[in-house]
Design a protein around this ligand. Structure first.
Ligand code: NAD
Length: 455
């Protein structure tokens, strides 16, 4: 596959200046919103076919969340695009200073399979808002949704503006051979490194939205009933195939049994007592992923769930206890509906355990005590997270979403997306009415005068 002519066409289109016009950007976002609305049922059907997502999950996590992101972007875009006047120091007397947000040019968006529509389109909203062209490479593991994405995009945008390149790793690699102005990647840590290496050849800036093991801590003073419900919701949504799902639980020894009783009840309320016969329970994306998850079921002790349906690729919401960091399930991100639970007595023990591993993408702490909340926030580095909730931070356009260290580079959502896809061009506008002499090396006592200012 050769994408050089497509990239060239996009570069030419970008250079025409069209994408920089604010009306063009707004119209494009409106078209995108219209197309998502018009294809709502087709999207729900495609997500059902690819992952057995329920209509509720499809709408809330893939469709509604994008409509809200577009609404927010359209509302604020006129103020975001304006050059920002900033202060000018006394040493620069006579001049004014501005920061001009400008688009990078032709961007590449590579997305994963777990929220196959949302994770392809959310970065596109930022790319368009900031005035760029884009090529999207969606996941090959959710073919129906990727195909529909391609149809939707080609029905509203010319390829020289936004194009979808369907395909697998080879397509991705062929695209990475081209010289993009920005690369936005969502996926695994391992592939994130491949992307950054490819980008380095052309010094292309990147955003890497990666994954990792996100801890969830339930302290002894937590509101146990609410904690149980919110953790079950965040963990088992999309069958645990969510980058910010609580990966594992640290629960205080004193409340562990009580918490697990509430957790079982909350899970049954959300997905019935027999989730495997619930037609709306999301399945695991492929047999390979299913087998990997199934192999974890003999780690520790199965305390809740544990049943699987191999034909339907479904796994019951499951809790494993008697788990330690040495178990296979604790080596990598789980990405499935299995929650390993460890207990603790001292918060400092947990902090040390987490420090010995790469920075998580998310962290959740349930406690009513502000000093406990602060201790966790001050001592652990993580991408983002919640106090007394799970996953919800991701849906706020006011909170830039991204990782740190191994969980990623950069962030997006809301203005964060506009910033990500914009270069901040700093410009000093100087007066010609006068010319301060002591900046020049040939002035008498110049150095002495400069030292009055630069000290
Ligand atoms: P992945 O890294 O396997 O694939 C992501 C994309 O990269 C796909 O489009 C794929 O075709 C492409 N790709 C795969 N191998 C490649 C290679 N060698 N060279 C170039 N491109 C390649 O990830 P996945 O399995 O689709 O998604 C799951 C991972 O994504 C999890 O680790 C999860 O935590 C992470 N994730 C992160 C976020 C976030 O916002 N931070 C969101 C969702 C998923």
């Amino acid at each position: 596959m050769d994408y050089s002519s497509l990239v060239l066409k996009q570069k030419q289109f970008f250079l025409s200046g069209k994408t920089k016009e604010i009306d063009f950007r707004k119209e494009a976002l409106q078209k995108l919103r219209g197309a998502i609305k018009n294809n709502e049922q087709q999207l729900i059907d495609a997500l059902k076919a690819d992952l057995n997502k329920s209509e509720f999950e499809a709408y809330t996590t893939e469709i509604g969340i994008l409509l809200e992101e577009i609404r927010f972007t359209l509302k604020h875009l006129p103020s975001w695009v304006k050059p920002q006047k900033v202060k000018t120091p006394i040493t620069h007397i006579g001049s004014t200073s501005y920061v001009y947000p400008e688009p990078y040019g032709v961007t590449l968006i590579i997305s994963p399979w777990n929220y196959p529509f949302q994770l392809a389109v959310a970065p596109l909203i930022g790319a368009i808002a900031a005035g760029n062209c884009a090529i999207i490479k969606p996941s090959e593991l959710t073919p129906k949704t990727s195909q529909l994405l391609s149809l939707i995009i080609s029905s509203i945008f010319p390829r020289e503006f936004v194009a979808v390149a369907e395909g697998d790793v080879e397509t991705s690699q062929a695209l990475l051979n081209e010289n993009f102005d920005y690369i936005f990647f969502t996926g695994s840590v391992q592939v994130g490194k491949v992307i950054m290496e490819a980008a380095a050849k052309n010094l292309t800036p990147v955003t890497l939205e990666l994954g990792g093991k996100s801890p969830c801590i339930v302290h002894e003073d937590a509101n146990i009933k609410i904690a149980a419900k919110r953790i079950a919701w965040g963990k088992f949504m999309n069958a645990g195939q969510t980058c910010v799902a609580p990966d594992y639980l640290y629960v205080h020894k004193r409340i562990k049994e009580d918490f697990l009783l509430h957790f079982k009840k909350a899970t049954e309320e959300l997905y019935s007592e027999n989730p495997l016969s619930n037609p709306n329970f999301t399945r695991i994306v492929s047999e390979r992923h299913f087998n990997r998850l199934q192999s974890f079921l003999n780690n520790g002790t199965v305390t809740i769930g544990g049943n699987v349906n191999k034909e339907g690729l479904t796994i019951e919401p499951t809790v494993l206890t008697n788990i330690s960091w040495d178990d296979p399930i604790m080596q990598d991100e789980i990405f499935g509906p299995i929650l390993p639970v460890m207990e603790y007595e001292q918060l400092s023990d947990i902090i040390e355990g987490i420090h010995n591993h790469p920075n998580p993408l998310a962290l959740y702490v349930f406690s009513e005590n502000e000093s406990i909340q602060k201790e966790v926030l001050n001592n652990i580095s993580f991408g983002g997270g919640c106090i007394n909730d799970t996953v919800y931070h991701l849906a706020s356009p006011y909170l830039p979403f991204g990782g740190v260290g191994n969980s990623g580079i950069g962030s997006y959502h809301g203005k964060g997306s506009f910033n990500t896809f914009s270069h901040n061009k700093s410009v000093l506008k100087q007066t010609t009415k006068f010319d301060l002499p002591f900046r020049y090396p040939n002035v008498k006592d110049g150095l002495k005068k400069i030292k009055l200012f630069l000290k």
